[in-house]
Write a protein that binds this ligand. Structure first.
Ligand SMILES: O=C(O)CCC(=O)C(=O)O
Ligand SMILES: [Fe+2]
Length: 301
């Protein structure tokens, strides 16, 4: 779902003096969240309206992801300082608590374009297959968010999304049974914060009621993790269904994609060929931020 910011809200946000954020153990600090909320809600009643729409798109019936259009704000505020990022952080904090699972990284993590990296991975140039972020943690982030600063100027890198539970519902009984076994593993787990322990091996389906819980899946494990034949086949069946149900769209500069990881999986189409010729400073750039749901599921800062 696409959410535009009403013009009068945009105007009110541009001049808002949000202070630099403070972290508390890798989580956005409570004083920062309270201050951002106070400033944002005082600026205009339209803020709370937009936030209500956003929450509904992410957690309401049939929902699971949203794109908040912040392009005009990006255009006016630029990226020379953090003013634009503070506003995005303010919106994010209304959904859940921003945090960084990588203690040595800043709160917002750069996803640029590296032509010599594994193409299927985060800042690679290839197809980044359907996955959830931090799939091998016992407590993956409830939301993953991607703020587009620059799209691929050559026209590639579409974002792809798919309803994970809908795909599971279309599987055969046999595939579902195999995916419920602790037979899957992916990736390394090193120096992470706020996401629990390493989960290895893990079941893709954890036995919670249909449409609840994570579908702990990454199609990348089909290539990168050795699995038995039956479990591989079941995972391939799921991967096919995920692709059948996919939507894809191009994030524009300033678009802020928020994904509820308990409902949707995400990925990216390959960037357009010819990235080598694009100066690094002009290449696609996303900023990634993770969110942890509040214990009451609500919005109290
Ligand atoms: O490049 C993208 O659009 C998505 C990247 C991604 O999903 C990730 O880094 O986890
Ligand atoms: Fe991802």
């Amino acid at each position: 779902m696409i959410i535009d910011i009403p013009t009068d809200l945009e105007a009110a946000l541009i001049d808002l003096p949000l202070p630099a954020w403070q972290l508390d153990d890798s989580f956005l600090g409570k004083p920062t969240m309270e201050r951002y909320r106070a400033e944002l809600t005082a600026a205009t009643p339209r803020f709370e309206e937009t936030v209500a729409t956003l929450r509904h798109a992410l957690t309401g019936e049939g929902g699971g992801y949203a794109v908040l259009r912040l392009g005009n704000l990006l255009k006016v505020l630029g990226t020379d300082d953090d003013r634009f990022l503070r506003l995005a952080t303010g919106f994010a904090a209304e959904v859940a608590i921003p945090f960084s699972p990588f203690p040595r990284w800043p709160l917002w993590k750069d996803i640029g374009v590296k032509v010599d990296k594994d193409p299927g991975k985060s800042s690679g140039i290839g197809y980044n297959a359907f996955h959830m972020d931090l799939v091998n943690a016992t407590l993956p982030p409830d939301f993953t968010t991607l703020l587009c600063i620059r799209p691929d100027q050559l026209g590639g890198g579409l974002s792809i999304l798919t309803d994970a539970h809908a795909a599971v519902a279309r599987l055969s009984e046999g595939a579902r049974a195999l995916l419920s076994e602790s037979a899957y593993h992916y990736g390394t787990f090193f120096d992470l914060f706020g996401v629990g322990e390493e989960c290895k091996p893990f079941p893709v389906l954890d036995g919670s009621a249909p449409s609840e819980g994570f579908v702990r899946f990454t199609a990348k494990m089909l290539k990168r993790s050795p699995l038995g034949q039956a479990h591989t086949d079941a995972a391939k069946e799921l991967a096919r269904e995920l692709v059948c149900g996919q939507v894809s769209f191009m994030l524009q500069a300033g678009d802020y994609l928020i994904v509820n990881q308990r409902r949707y999986l995400h990925g990216r189409e390959a960037l357009h060929s010819g990235q080598e010729a694009v100066p690094v400073a002009d290449r696609r750039l996303l900023l990634q931020l993770f969110l942890r749901a509040r214990a009451d599921g609500g919005s109290a800062a």
